[in-house]
Design a protein around this ligand. Structure first.
Ligand code: NI
Length: 143
């Protein structure tokens, strides 16, 4: 029997501080590339996070995934790690990695992916501001 593949999305929120900086560049280059995001004493963003899970509708529950379970997973593996933290200082992944929206969305994907059944596709969207967001869905490119 054909099963309909449907995407469900949970919208969450966290606040965090960061600084964009490449230690391989001089101060002037950092300031030119990253602008205010390079200021040495950090600054905050109100991040909006959308976690989309895509798969078949379960014939017994009528759900793709129980949203309470998805919400609990995001809380446990993402929000407790990111909310009200300084990303550069508090999160191991950003000790060597610039905490741009692009890099944060990949880190969040990697934190959640092991806890979402493999039969489901996972899409993460992270808004750094209401006008700027990054998407990641697990693809990589060989260089
Ligand atoms: Ni910023």
């Amino acid at each position: 029997m054909k099963k309909h593949k449907v995407a469900v999305t949970r919208h969450e929120h966290f606040s965090a501080a960061h600084r964009l900086h490449n230690p391989a560049w001089d101060e002037a280059t950092n300031r030119r590339l990253f602008g205010l995001c390079n200021l040495p004493n950090y600054h905050g963003h109100n991040y909006e996070l959308k976690v989309k899970v895509c798969g078949p509708i379960d014939s017994e529950t009528g759900f793709v995934m129980d949203m309470k379970i998805l919400s609990d997973l995001i809380q446990k593996y993402v929000l407790t790690v990111f909310d009200h933290k300084n990303l550069n200082i508090d999160i191991e992944a950003f000790k060597e990695l610039n905490p741009t929206a692009e890099n944060i969305v990949v880190v969040i994907y990697d934190l959640l992916r092991p806890h979402i059944p493999q039969a489901y596709d996972l899409f993460i969207r992270l808004y750094e501001t209401p006008r700027n967001y990054a998407d990641y869905w697990g693809e990589s490119i060989n260089e």
